[in-house]
Design a binder for this molecule. Structure first.
Ligand code: MN
Length: 357
């Protein structure tokens, strides 16, 4: 029996009347599954949304007092003849078209007054998620939690995988370096270089490092987390993004930001990642701003765990990140108590004043 249930029973017994549980003002949260994998080469990341749902995300969010509107999984139409672009970029039309659908969905959810959680899928989905977010809130700020910077341009990418490139399409300052890909004509850059902060970087390509440095983009690598500690990193992140104005936050979490020991079931693991506690602290701090508007949780690939335990660990971590962003705490919370029952309270009182719920 949960604590809340037992307390409610106790109170009911004491007052002899039924008691309405008090709830905090609810977040209304839209869940959007985006089972998309064409931004990278490994099979299985399209099974991320189902795995995360099966691990009880909806129940957890509801238990935190959120009203959950599950939009289900988007279905993406196959793009025929999606040839490689420029001898390297893979599936541009598929990525472009899926993200157009996602952008419309995220935008619609925000117009309806919800916060939005995008369940990936690979990280190319940030193209649609952030574009749809910016359509409603053009002044948004992005916190990108990832082992990788995902800021290659189609001309610097060595793999041709679009999940390593979304940020380059979104930044206004990079548009003279980014060719128009087939399937991307709907996409307009919506971020400036000062609107994004990276946390957790530890595998950055030379061209990406050049971009981060020369465009003066704020980032905190794993080394920076070691130097300053996660508390200082979050303080500086918010100072950078929010000191001039309060604005909606887009949190884009690649599960590979975490150490592979915690999140092994992902396509591009890199050792030396975030600890569980650092990840929860980031999520708690984002929640505490009260400004979280859209979040992505991406790159969970249930086919890549070496065992069922590895898959479960990765999926449960993803659920914890999302739940913590919407109010789950490590210190506990009270949504029922306004005052503790004291031994002197009469056992059989009908007085509503005795117990204020
Ligand atoms: Mn990523």
């Amino acid at each position: 029996m949960s604590l809340r249930t037992s307390v409610a029973r106790l109170l009911r017994k004491q007052t002899g009347s039924s008691v309405q549980l008090q709830r905090r003002p609810a977040h209304s949260v839209a869940l959007v599954g985006a089972p998309f994998s064409r931004g990278q080469k490994r099979n299985g990341v399209d099974r991320g949304p189902a795995a995360i749902r099966n691990a009880g995300l909806v129940e957890k969010l509801s238990g935190l007092g959120c009203q959950v509107y599950d939009f289900g999984d988007l279905s993406f139409t196959q793009v025929p003849n999606d040839e490689i672009y420029n001898n390297i970029i893979k599936y541009p039309r598929s990525v472009g078209s899926a993200n157009q659908v996602l952008a419309d969905t995220v935008h619609g959810a925000l117009v309806a007054g919800h916060s939005c959680v995008t369940l990936g899928g690979d990280h190319s989905l940030a193209l649609g998620s952030i574009s749809g977010h910016a359509r409603q809130y053009p002044h948004l700020a992005v916190i990108w939690v990832d082992a990788h910077a995902d800021i290659n341009t189609p001309l610097t990418s060595m793999s041709g995988n679009l999940h390593g490139q979304p940020v380059s399409f979104l930044l206004r300052e990079l548009q003279d370096k980014v060719p128009l890909l087939p399937g991307f004509s709907w996409l307009k850059p919506c971020l400036s270089r000062s609107d994004i902060v990276y946390i957790g970087l530890r595998d950055v390509d030379p061209a990406e490092h050049y971009i981060l440095k020369n465009y003066d983009i704020q980032y905190f690598s794993m080394r920076d987390i070691d130097r300053f500690g996660i508390q200082k990193v979050m303080e500086r992140t918010f100072e950078h993004l929010l000191s001039r104005q309060q604005r909606p936050i887009h949190l884009s979490v690649d599960i590979d930001a975490f150490d592979p020991a915690l999140a092994p079931a992902t396509g591009t693991p890199v050792k030396g990642g975030l600890t569980y506690r650092e990840g929860m602290y980031i999520s708690e701090e984002v929640h505490n701003t009260g400004l979280l508007s859209v979040m992505d949780i991406v790159e969970v690939n249930p086919l890549l765990g070496a065992s069922q335990e590895e898959v479960s660990a990765t999926v449960n971590l993803a659920v914890d990140v999302v739940a913590t962003c919407f109010g789950q705490t490590r210190e506990g919370a009270h949504i029922v108590f306004e005052e503790l029952p004291s031994p002197s309270s009469p056992d059989e009182s009908d007085s509503e004043e005795q117990v204020r719920i």
